[in-house]
Design a protein around this ligand. Structure first.
Ligand code: ZN
Ligand code: ZN
Length: 284
């Protein structure tokens, strides 16, 4: 990486940011618009992080400081930023996990089939957009005019507010109508998933509600996990079959999966101690 390339980190970040703003302010609620907006704003954040680390020491933009061939991953960049002896940037755990989620989402959007609701992407965009603006201003010493036109900036702020208002309206609707049980929606992460309707009344994400095979409690289909990899298996002529399931259910809700895991570990330990005692007796 040449010296000029280093100097371009900030300019590149700003041009990604401006592109993100362009996508975000297009009219309509087309999903692709938000897909491109978030991919660009996350890219802007990534470059802004690198610029910040470069200002501390150019070596910090490399993944391994003694191997200048691969630039730092977002995970490592974030850890360096938060490190009190390197970046000294105060980023709460909640904020950090939002950033990590946004990076995961960006990777998904770039590499896989796109299956998110646009309201979810819009929310993520708003969060990261606000964070990048804050980062530009307070950590890279930029003024708003240096990374966004005043008018554009105002439009995005309005958009973010419009979304907050929409969420308020959804909450008012929930209060007014008796919709029954509400869960955290796995798509938009708001507490707006109406269990009886198997649909989120904010982002309209649909998902089956099923009974846990183990405890019988209603649970989201996406939360049900297979437990069979915890069992003992036998492999015979290329075929795998379960040798011992310890009398446990073969799938379960998250709580059941962790308790099944614990119970099986306990049973294995007990079995192990029993075998040891048998061996000891046999040796006598
Ligand atoms: Zn939702
Ligand atoms: Zn369960």
């Amino acid at each position: 990486m040449s010296k000029t390339h280093n100097l371009d980190l900030l300019n590149n970040s700003i041009s990604y940011f401006r592109e993100a703003v362009n996508y975000a302010q297009r009219d309509g609620s087309e999903t692709n618009q938000w897909k491109f907006a978030i991919v660009h704003v996350v890219q802007a954040m990534e470059l802004a992080f690198k610029e910040y680390l470069r200002r501390i020491h150019p070596a910090f933009i490399w993944e391994a400081i003694d191997k200048p061939d691969k630039t730092v991953s977002m995970k490592v960049a974030l850890a360096r930023l938060r490190n009190p002896s390197i970046g000294k940037v105060a980023i709460s755990n909640q904020e950090a996990s939002k950033i990590e989620k946004a990076i995961e989402l960006r990777n998904e959007l770039t590499h896989f089939e796109f299956n998110h609701q646009h309201a979810h992407i819009e929310l993520k965009f708003a969060e990261i957009f606000a964070f990048v603006m804050f980062f530009y201003r307070s950590h890279l010493g930029l003024t708003t005019a240096e990374f966004a036109d005043e008018e554009q900036h105002q439009r995005i702020i309005r958009l973010v507010r419009a979304r907050a208002e929409l969420l308020e309206k959804t909450r008012a609707y929930i209060k007014q109508e008796d919709v029954g049980d509400l869960w955290i929606c796995p798509s938009c992460t708001e507490g707006t998933f109406v269990v009886a309707e198997e649909q989120c009344c904010f982002c309209h994400h649909r998902e089956k509600v099923v009974d846990c095979e183990s405890c019988g409690q209603a649970t989201l289909a996406s939360d049900v996990a297979d437990t069979s990899d915890l069992f003992d298996w036998e492999y015979d002529e290329g075929l795998a079959r379960i040798l011992e399931d310890f009398g446990m259910a073969h799938s379960g809700c998250p709580e059941c999966v962790s308790s099944i895991k614990e119970k099986i570990e306990e049973l294995r330990r007990a079995q192990y101690l029993e075998d040891m005692a048998m061996d000891a007796r046999a040796l006598r």
